[in-house]
Write a protein that binds this ligand. Structure first.
Ligand SMILES: [Zn+2]
Length: 158
């Protein structure tokens, strides 16, 4: 393992400035993106492109920050109402029996995009981890991402 020290980048990391090559920063910066289900000053809601199940949402910080404790108080204040709204939309759209909501922090915490804070919301059903997922590492998704988007967008509006 080689290390390259880049202390001049520290101010960008600390200030949460968009990072080149970060998929969430790119999505946040793209004004034309139809991928965002809704957005506020500090967050946007989108579908996970690699979902564990249909309706797998992510609430993503617009700033490139890793930890909850790095968020501004304004961003923190926006977060809970957005999560509640997304939860309500998923319940309306999918009528799930349960739900997971969670954050994987950094590499060691299992984050897919380790440098950029995002919160997962997944509708769940009893017995939904099926044979294909457990044995063949393959997920069967009955609905396309476009269908999920339309369904959740409708639920958010209603
Ligand atoms: Zn980022």
């Amino acid at each position: 393992m080689e290390y390259m020290f880049t202390p001049w980048r520290r101010k960008y990391v600390v200030d949460g400035v968009a990072e080149e090559g970060c998929v969430f920063c790119r999505l946040a910066a793209d004004e034309s993106a139809r991928d965002r289900l809704l957005e506020t000053e500090h967050w946007y809601l989108c579908l996970n492109a690699y979902p564990y199940c249909n309706g797998h949402l992510m609430l993503v910080s617009k700033n490139h920050l890793r930890w909850l404790s790095e968020l501004s108080s304004a961003a923190l204040a926006e977060m809970a109402p957005l999560l509640a709204r997304a939860e309500a939309a998923l319940r309306q759209a999918y009528d799930p029996e349960g739900m997971n909501m969670g954050i994987n922090f950094a590499d060691a915490g299992g984050a897919g995009v380790p440098g950029h804070l995002h919160i997962h919301l997944l509708p769940r059903w009893a017995g939904d981890t099926n044979f294909m997922t457990s044995v063949a590492q393959t997920r069967i998704l009955p609905e396309s991402l476009e269908q999920s988007f339309d369904r959740i967008e409708k639920a958010l509006a209603g």
